[in-house]
Design a protein around this ligand. Sequence first.
Ligand SMILES: [Zn+2]
Length: 384
Amino acid sequence: MYDLIIRQGKLINGDIIDIIVNHGRIIDIGPAVATGLNANKEINLYGHYHISAGWIDAHTHCYPQSPLYFDDPDLIGVASGVTTVVDAGSTGADDIDHFYTTARKAKTHVYAFLNIARTGIRNQNELADLTQIDDNSLQDAVKRHAGFVIGLKARMSKSVVGENGLQPLLKAKMMQQKNGLPLMVHIGNPPPNLEEIADQLVKGDIITHCFNGKPNRILDNEGDLKPAIQRAIERGIILDVGHGTESFSFRIAEQAIRSAAYPHMISSDIYQRNRMGGPVYSLAIVMNKFLSMGVSPERVLSCVTINAANFLRLPRKGRLERGFDGDITIFELKNQHIELVDAEGEVRVGTQQFIPIAAIVSGTDIVVADPIVTNRSTHNDISV
Ligand SMILES: [Zn+2]
């Protein structure tokens, strides 16, 4: 008797397949492989609903005790069709222990990028005081929480670093060398300038808020990729969307995509306020914005599954294959109009949308997605 069998799920390429999950892992997948077999839990999707590896949101804020940006991991996670969420620097060395304890209670898999400021984001300007950056306490926290802390986070914009310019980033790069974790850098208003930030980054480092419309945008005034960003992409820097309340512009994203600068990861930068009041609402809504710009459903899905797993170094996630974790998202890809608003108030109308139906974590927890959680009742949508 297996733990879970899903019958007749539809892959994004249209193939209809069964999946068998046991002890948290996918043990078989393929057309009709579950015929004649039984499991404790069985779901039949009758070839109607889509399935993919569980969606991964690489930039969220889900430490409930954080005073500024907080949410419940399961509301932005499984209730929204997302099986793995990564908190991007809400906590630093001082409160990562408490965050870890809290996160273990969630059904959603939770990981953390540790803020290089030991206080995390308790105030808006955590890097304005360089004494907040303490190498010893950071390295200790990384060691204590190996496997939970999967990267470092540095917010490099004027409101965060104050008069310190590039210094916090230079310190982050030194600290990173001792633990080898990827560094996620937030960009926004200068100083420091995007060019000097990008020049410090190496293969595997992540630029989040990559399509922001602020002065530190990745495009020059002619709409071309800034040379420092072009060089960074060639070196293997990862572009992460990190939509957030203020950090996603359709105009920038559209122009970047025309220059073939596709995002490597699509993430939400979601927290309670921008989930309930927009413009983020959910990871699915952010994914739908890319569909509305003509990005293929296959590419959008890759950004929240295999790409995210690779760049976040989560080796057993992101694929529906034998031996991988039994994390699965069930969804519809519906031809239905949807009005979408970016962080600048610009509107686009999409004609196709991902609608999460359920999230399955480790083959055991099956959570039906809740449209109310993301504050998007269907009256906003016009059926075709
Ligand atoms: Zn953020």
